[in-house]
Design a protein around this ligand. Structure first.
Ligand SMILES: *[C@@H]1O[C@H](CO)[C@@H](O)[C@H](O)[C@H]1NC(C)=O
Length: 143
């Protein structure tokens, strides 16, 4: 009667593997938190052209006048692989494929688990760090 026993052991092994599979913590904490990404044109006097995308979404090209913002919202996916990036161009600087959202503890905290605020300025792109309560320089412009 070895066969039924080894079947049971195999089943136990499979169950143990499933149980030990680490759950992404957002799946435990809540139902896929909603995030808002804001991109603010804080340039002195240039229109900010941007075009943001994820693997599944193309948010289209936008031309932001000074002191206006572009924003979008989404829920992070089950696998924690949500990723958005943008191409920027404002005449004196550009940025290709700059990531504006990814699922990471560090970023989530800076975004206060809800709002990622990017501020495009003449010298660089800054990210609001809600935890430290200040903007931090994040991406230099490419020329
Ligand atoms: C950036 O622009 C936003 C939107 O108009 C404005 O509220 C904010 O004060 C500006 N920030 C800086 C640092 O100029």
């Amino acid at each position: 009667m070895m066969r039924p026993l080894s079947n049971q052991l195999a089943l136990l092994l499979v169950l143990a593997l499933i149980a030990s599979e680490p759950w992404p913590c957002h799946a435990v904490k809540g139902i896929f938190p909603k995030y808002h990404v804001h991109i603010v044109n804080n340039l002195t006097n240039n229109i900010l052209n941007l075009h943001c995308k994820s693997k599944d979404d193309d948010l289209g090209p936008h031309a932001l006048p000074v002191n206006t913002e572009f924003h979008f919202s989404f829920r992070v996916n089950l696998f924690g692989t949500t990723l958005f990036w943008c191409n920027f161009n404002w005449g004196n600087g550009r940025g290709g494929g700059y990531k504006v959202f990814w699922y990471g503890k560090g970023l989530a905290r800076k975004c206060n688990y809800k709002n990622c605020i990017w501020s495009a300025r003449d010298d660089a792109i800054y990210l609001m760090n809600f935890f430290a309560n200040k903007y931090e320089k994040y991406y230099d412009w490419q020329y």
